[in-house]
Design a protein around this ligand. Structure first.
Ligand code: ADP
Ligand code: MG
Length: 273
C-alpha cells in the first residue's frame, strides 16, 4: 500500500485534468471559460447538469461563429449590403412580401433560381449580396461571382487542364450568385462555360443571376440564340423573377411564360429549327 499516491485525486489536479481533456478535444472556448463557469456554478448554485450545459453552450456558440465567419469568407461578397439595409420604398415595383419570402432562404430547398433584372443602379447587386449573406447565415454554402469572372476562370481552367475541377467548384455551393450578366458581351466560349455551370446546377442548387438586359436580348449578350434559349429554359424552369424596373412578378414551374420568353429570345435572330 502506497502512502504517497492518494486514493482520490485532489480537486486541483482534477481541475487540471479537466482542462487538459478540454484542450485535447480542442474545446478551446470551454477550456478558457472553465474557471468562470465553475465560479458561476458556485455563486449561482448551478446543478452539475446546468453548469455543463453552460460550458458546452459557450463552445457551441464559438464554433458556430467560426463556421459562419468561414462561410462568409468563402462567399466572397463584394460589399456589406444587407436585406435589412435595402429600402423597399425606393425600389419601384419590388414586392416587399417577395423579398421577405426570399430572405427566409426557403427557395434554396427547392433549387429555385432568382433573376434580378433592371437597369444599372436599381439595387440588383445589393439584393443579391443581401440574399447571399442570408444564405451563408442560414448555414448554406454560398459563393458570389460575376459573369465576367466566371467566364475568365473557366477560360483559364480550360487552358490549364482544370476544367473538371472548376466545374465541380461551381457546382458545389448551394447558392451561386452570378452578377452582371450582359454588361459585357460574352465570347462564344464564355457563353458555353456559363451554360455548363447553369446546366449542371439545374434542379439541384439555386442561382441568383443579375442582369441589366431583358431576357429578350440574351441572344445578343450570349452571341447565340440557341445557347440563350437553353440557358433560359433551365434558369426559368423554377424561378422567381424580380423586375427592378417596374413590376415584380413570380414564375414557378411556369412553362407557358418560359415558352413566351424563349420565343422572344429567339425572335431577335433566326428562329430555332
Ligand atoms: P445595380 O447592381 O442594380 O447596378 P446596386 O445594387 O449596385 O445596383 O446599387 C447601387 C447602389 O445603390 C448601391 O450602393 C446600393 O446599396 C444602393 N441601392 C440601390 N437600391 C437601393 C435600395 N432600394 N435601398 C438601399 N440601397 C440601394
Ligand atoms: Mg450591380
Amino acid at each position: 500500500m502506497s502512502t504517497t499516491t492518494p486514493m482520490t485525486a485532489s480537486p486541483a489536479s482534477t481541475y487540471q485534468q479537466l482542462r487538459t481533456h478540454l484542450a485535447t478535444l480542442k474545446l478551446t472556448t470551454a477550456a478558457e471559460q472553465l474557471p468562470a463557469v465553475l465560479d458561476a456554478a458556485t455563486t449561482e448554485g448551478l446543478s452539475l447538469t446546468a453548469a455543463l450545459e453552460r460550458l458546452l453552450a459557450l463552445e457551441v456558440d464559438a464554433t458556430e461563429a467560426r463556421r459562419l465567419a468561414g462561410r462568409l469568407r468563402f462567399a466572397s461578397l463584394p460589399s456589406p449590403a444587407t436585406i435589412e439595409g435595402f429600402d423597399l420604398d425606393a425600389a419601384a415595383g419590388v414586392d416587399p412580401a417577395l423579398i421577405g419570402e426570399l430572405a427566409t432562404c426557403r427557395y434554396l430547398e427547392t433549387a429555385t433560381n432568382v433573376l434580378l433584372i433592371g437597369p444599372p443602379g436599381t439595387g440588383k447587386t445589393h439584393l443579391a449580396v443581401g440574399l447571399a449573406r442570408k444564405a451563408a447565415e442560414a448555414g448554406y454554402r454560398t459563393y458570389f461571382t460575376t459573369a465576367a469572372d466566371l467566364a475568365a476562370r473557366c477560360h483559364r481552367a480550360a487552358i490549364e487542364g482544370r476544367w473538371a475541377y472548376t466545374m465541380r467548384f461551381f457546382a458545389g455551393p448551394t447558392l451561386l450568385v452570378i452578377d452582371e450578366l450582359g454588361y459585357l458581351p460574352l465570347p462564344a466560349e464564355a457563353a458555353s462555360a456559363l451554360f455548363q455551370v447553369i446546366a449542371q446546377r439545374y434542379t439541384k442548387t439555386s442561382i441568383i443571376l443579375t442582369t441589366n438586359r431583358g431576357v429578350a436580348s440574351w441572344g445578343e449578350i450570349l452571341g447565340d440564340t440557341t445557347v440563350a434559349a437553353a440557358m433560359l429554359d433551365r434558369l426559368l424552369h423554377r424561378s422567381v423573377v424580380l423586375n427592378l424596373d417596374g413590376d415584380s412578378y413570380r414564375l414557378r414551374d411556369h412553362h407557358a411564360r418560359t415558352d413566351t420568353l424563349r420565343r422572344a429570345t429567339t425572335g431577335t435572330r433566326r428562329p430555332l429549327t
